[in-house]
Design a protein around this ligand. Structure first.
Ligand code: LLP
Length: 427
């Protein structure tokens, strides 16, 4: 974690655990690095807010000039609430319902459509409008099978070979196709994947096919190192090839287009950690198991993708290293943050930092076992600020009961024992 241990300890003392911590200065640095890596006048960075929708992060990226890649009405309203104008948002949901399309069209954001079926329905209802089209780049890459988006085994994008069908619909309904989009996968591993996907999209992006293009959007997927054997990719080097390819494409297209990317992980993953406290150490026959006060619903990547997250013992960093399984407090055997991991000797009450947790961690969280999500704290210029408080169990249960049919907090005493009623409604 980029933040010093004394800051993390102070955060845990003030705000308790489990708590997510985001280093806002690091996010700014990552954004500026990305900008410098792709020196193109029309570079636009559309932050994939699915990675982390924390409002402090969104406001920071807005102030740096980012656009937003939104994937649901919730994303859209959150981005707008954090100051993003409709003209700075692209809407790339998949499998939308008709009413979702209508809802989004009222906001004026640019719609990105990735299936022929949706395109036909859209064109009939919204002829003559500006639109972006998502194609499948036909390149398969990503750091886990679940997050590879290109190729014919996935649900994403229109096949390149269907471009004539697209053109027929667009022509019949006078659609103005202003952008073409693709996203190959998350955590692209092969060095040439981005260039290959770009070339495939460029093969259909001709003046003849699409005379009104304003930009090409090549999605996200910029890899960050998680595991001990992974190294940071030098995107400044890769960026030169990408910009050269794009520049020669623009020459043949006859117009300097916008070059759009949608990084999520790249901007936020390395800038976050989850602080947890150790409450139980157990030595079974073969293993030492370390139990913490968080669990997989609060950081699911290790369980869901077998993802590696580096873990530091902030309270005892210098000691000899021991092999541990680091577990959570959820009633499932798979509730593990790390297996057979060498970590400085852990004692009960020690503070652990689960690192590289700024992307797809809080955002993928839930309240399984009815444990409220962690608090979120941001650090900027050395200032520590609580960004989102941790709900209490009482808050969580009351909100569920309020949303449930037929049970209102006022009726609780009929369903629950008196002590519970006292706790929840304080009566
Ligand atoms: N654009 C589109 C259309 C996407 O679907 C995604 C990610 C991105 C951009 C941003 O990709 P990134 O730069 O963050 O790799 N939950 C998974 C990652 C899922 C990514 C889904 N789409 C994980 O924790 O690894």
């Amino acid at each position: 974690m980029s933040l010093a241990s004394h800051i993390l300890k102070k955060i845990a003392e003030t705000h308790g655990t489990p708590t997510y911590v985001y280093d806002i200065d690091r996010i700014k640095e990552r954004y500026q690095y990305f900008q410098a890596a792709f020196p193109w006048p029309g570079l636009t960075i559309c932050y994939a807010m699915k990675a982390n929708y924390n409002p402090n992060i969104l406001r920071t990226l807005r102030s740096l000039g980012a656009f937003i890649d939104a994937v649901s009405p919730g994303d859209l309203y959150m981005a707008m609430a954090c100051g993003f104008k409709a003209s700075r948002i692209i809407y790339t949901a998949n499998n939308m319902k008709d009413c979702e399309v209508d809802e989004i069209m009222k906001t004026g954001v640019l719609m990105n459509i990735g299936s022929l079926s949706r395109l036909e329905k859209y064109a009939a209802k919204y002829p003559g409008t500006r639109l972006c089209l998502r194609f499948n780049p036909d390149v398969v890459d990503g750091e886990h099978d679940k997050i590879k988006t290109g190729g014919d085994l996935t649900k994403f994008g229109i096949l390149l070979e269907d471009v004539d069908k697209v053109l027929r619909v667009a022509r019949d309904h006078k659609l103005k196709i202003v952008g073409l989009h693709e996203h190959t996968g998350s955590g692209l591993i092969k060095p040439d994947s981005i260039l290959n996907s770009m070339k495939n999209i460029m093969s259909v992006a001709t003046q003849n096919n699409f005379p009104n293009l304003e930009f090409l959007d090549f999605g996200g997927g910029f890899k960050v190192p998680y595991g001990p054997d992974e190294t940071e990719i030098d995107y400044k080097l890769v960026g030169q090839d990408i910009v050269a390819l794009f520049s020669s494409f623009c020459d043949s297209y006859g117009k300097k287009l916008g070059l759009y990317f949608e990084p999520g992980k790249f901007l936020t993953a390395k800038a976050g950690c989850l602080l947890v406290e150790v409450n139980t150490i157990k030595t079974n026959r073969k293993k030492t198991i370390c139990g913490t006060d968080s669990g997989f619903p609060q950081l699911i990547r290790p369980m869901f993708y077998d993802a590696y997250h580096h873990i530091e013992n902030i309270s005892n960093p210098e000691s000899d290293k021991i092999e541990y399984d680091i577990c959570g407090n959820i009633c499932e055997t798979g509730d593990l943050f790390a297996k057979n991991r060498l970590i400085s000797r852990i004692r009960e009450k020690d503070l652990l930092s689960i690192n590289d947790a700024g992307a797809y961690c809080y955002a993928m969280g839930g309240v399984y076992n009815l444990r409220p999500m962690p608090a979120e704290v941001v650090v900027e210029n050395g200032r520590i600020m609580l960004s989102r408080r941790r709900k209490t169990s009482e808050d969580l249960i009351l909100s569920i009961l309020e949303e449930s049919i037929g049970i209102h907090p006022g009726q609780l005493n009929k369903h629950s024992n008196e002590a519970c009623y006292q706790t929840l409604v304080g009566a």
